[in-house]
Design a binder for this molecule. Sequence first.
Ligand SMILES: C[S@@+](CC[C@H](N)C(=O)[O-])C[C@H]1O[C@@H](n2cnc3c(N)ncnc32)[C@H](O)[C@@H]1O
Length: 287
Amino acid sequence: MNYRHAFHAGGFTDVLKHAALCELLRLLTAKDKKLFVLDTHAGTGGYDLADARARRTGEAEAGIGRLETLPRAGMPGAVARYLAAVAAYDRKFGPSGGRVRHYPGSPRLIRAALRAGDRFVACELHPADALALKREFAGDRTVEVRQADGYHALKALLPPPERRGLILIDPPFEARDEFDKVLRGLRQALRRFATGCYAIWYPIKEEQATVFVEALMAFRPLVLELHLDGLEPGRLSACALAVINPPWRFEEAMHEALPWIAERLGPQVSARVLAPPASVPAPASPG
Ligand SMILES: C[S@@+](CC[C@H](N)C(=O)[O-])C[C@H]1O[C@@H](n2cnc3c(N)ncnc32)[C@H](O)[C@@H]1O
């Protein structure tokens, strides 16, 4: 396990995933019914963007760094709420001179959105990150941190007794079989909990991703994509978040937010919001 999210925190991949995540949480908590959230690949609670790892890649500067200082007037609601969630986390560490220094990971964004009675399980396999996460949420009865394989949790924890759930699947994709693992995990999870809302992040970088996306279409997701042109070879230049069973109004919010974000991230950035296909063939192989 070599992947460390500290190199990528606050980059364009996080901007896409976290802006969408905040909106999903807002819409799913609008209903007066308990919600269960599972973050299968949680990372840590937050990341110091002044850390050498974040500065080495410069990804945060080209991501959240391009959005944080923009005037809120005229900003799409979903973007304003995402930036407010980031700023609220950053403020816990004291004043940082108007620039975000402490960027929240998905566990912190999720926790901030939950209400009394909601429940959140965060899985993280890396011992150091899992320990940091356990310390971060020690004593918080809403959150259970497991040093565990997130794919096992899809089997062990679904369906949740709440019958309403958001499942974030955000693997590092450093192993070549990760795409297969996601598909297998999803098939099992959907068989157990077909009505859950699933958000799956993935990199668009190679042939493998194309095969993966074709298989993913069987689940009729709404797909959100961000593309960056003109990067040096070897750097990730596109990523997506596929959302299965999105809540009402989510698609509309993303149509408004994503092109706006792309325009502010730079002239070389573009966004796509792809509606679920009308009908698709059944999944090729049951997992
Ligand atoms: C992309 S990062 C997660 C970022 C986080 N979801 C966020 O948005 O802030 C992926 C994380 O998954 C962890 N990981 C890798 N394989 C795992 C597995 N099988 N189960 C749980 N966590 C895993 C890695 O250590 C890494 O921290």
